[in-house]
Ligand binder design. Structure first.
Ligand code: FAD
Length: 365
């Protein structure tokens, strides 16, 4: 049996950044991935020449120059700027909430008019907000809450906003400029040719095995490397001995349509509560595609059950307590390093995952 410097469980961005640096330092790596393909959640599937973001829309954005230079050394990025649209019962609004949104909602044109309306509506809540509904109204007023926050948030959490705790929404950014750019970061874009271009470069020179769950033969795989990097869920590594860590899950329903342009933008949020899905993604617009057909994906928010794909950690007190028990075990491991969104039970944007993997590289390689 071949022996490696590093056995790496998982082939997402965290694992890839680590593997890339390890290979450059002359180390050998075996990568084990339980899915049938590498790339983790940034993997794209090619459908009629369109790069379909199979595990949800991924837009790269960062203010970290080192991270930006690194990803640009792997692929050229296009000028994509995320400017999603909200559809409330057929009424179209720009996101994030900005002067375009307010102008459409109230027929006004100047910032001070919008500020006056929002100020007046926020004053409805005179006490400490007791639930998410009151919290949202105290931040952005009742009109924006009713049309753009309420239905969407209820679908995301599967519960009414009056039953959700206020702390879930700490801020609802409001911009008094005509600026539809969703992110405030210095740099953003989509890799030309899709994310797989990056993924392939990250794992170049590694031995790759797909369709293999590290935990199913843990002892064997552990023995195959001097050290192990594990990027799967922490509770599964420890055989769920302290119980399951909970997630919110998503379901994706994709369709190939015989039209070249379905919705004119990559992301449309459906903010009413009747439409069962939260968003529709039209993938070709991430790369200014000119293909004769298009692929759209309806995204549904789902309660998670063991066995389902874990998307968003539920970082409430109960789950955090369980996580800390697992984490205490993990910190005592000598041979195994843990990293990434699953092993750290943390929502991480791509740039933050790269930063975190680079920190591990500095310590380890
Ligand atoms: C719906 C959604 C949308 C997002 N959109 C954005 C965005 O627009 N911009 C942004 O910056 N970030 C976005 N993110 C975050 C982004 O997906 C993550 O930052 C990044 O993918 C995390 O990389 P990772 O390597 O930590 O995890 P993952 O990509 O999940 O990789 C982990 C890999 O390990 C494998 N694995 C797990 N357990 C085992 C095991 N036991 N054995 C073998 N293999 C295993 C998994 O199959 C997976 O391939 C989004 C996330 C979600 C869920």
């Amino acid at each position: 049996m071949k022996h490696y410097d590093y056995v790496i469980a998982g082939s997402g961005l965290f694992a890839g950044v680590f593997a890339w640096h390890a290979r450059r330092a002359g180390k050998s790596c075996l990568v084990l991935e339980k899915r049938s393909h590498i790339g983790g959640n940034i993997y794209c599937e090619d459908v009629e020449g369109i790069h379909v973001h199979k595990y949800g829309a991924h837009i790269f954005h960062t203010s970290n120059k080192k991270v930006w230079d690194f990803v640009n050394s792997l692929a050229e990025f296009n000028r994509y700027t995320n400017s999603p649209i909200a559809n409330y019962k057929g009424e179209i609004y720009n996101m994030p909430f900005n002067m375009n949104t307010f102008s459409r909602m109230w027929g006004i044109s100047r910032p001070e008019e919008a500020q006056a309306i929002i100020k007046k509506q926020r004053e409805m809540i005179t006490h400490e907000p007791q639930n998410l509904e009151e919290q949202a109204i105290s931040l952005v007023g009742v009109d924006i809450y009713e049309k753009l926050v309420k239905g969407y948030t209820q679908k995301q959490w599967g519960r009414s906003c009056t039953e959700l705790p206020a702390f879930i929404i700490k801020r609802l950014p409001v911009r008094y400029t005509y600026d539809n750019n969703y992110f405030n970061d210095l740099y953003q874009g989509i890799p030309m040719g899709g994310y797989n271009v990056i993924v392939d470069k990250l794992f170049e020179g590694c031995d790759l095995l797909t369709g293999v769950d590290f935990n199913e033969d843990k002892e064997k795989y552990m023995a195959m490397g001097d050290k192990v990097l594990y990027t799967g869920t922490l509770d599964s590594f420890y055989d769920y001995q302290f119980g399951y860590l909970e997630y919110r899950s998503l379901a994706f329903e994709s369709e190939l349509l015989d039209t070249d342009n379905y919705q004119g933008v990559a992301v449309v949020n459906y903010t009413d509560s009747e439409t069962p899905y939260t968003r529709v993604i039209e993938h070709k617009h991430f790369e200014y595609g000119t293909q004769p057909k298009t692929v759209i994906t309806r995204e549904y928010s789902k309660a998670w059950e063991p066995g389902m794909e874990p998307y968003y950690p539920v970082n409430d007190a109960r789950n955090q307590e369980i996580f800390e028990k697992y984490d205490a075990l993990a910190r005592n491991e000598e041979k195994v390093m843990f990293g990434g969104r699953l092993a750290e039970y943390k929502y991480y944007d791509m740039d933050k995952v790269i930063e975190s993997a680079m920190k591990l590289v500095e310590k380890e390689i």
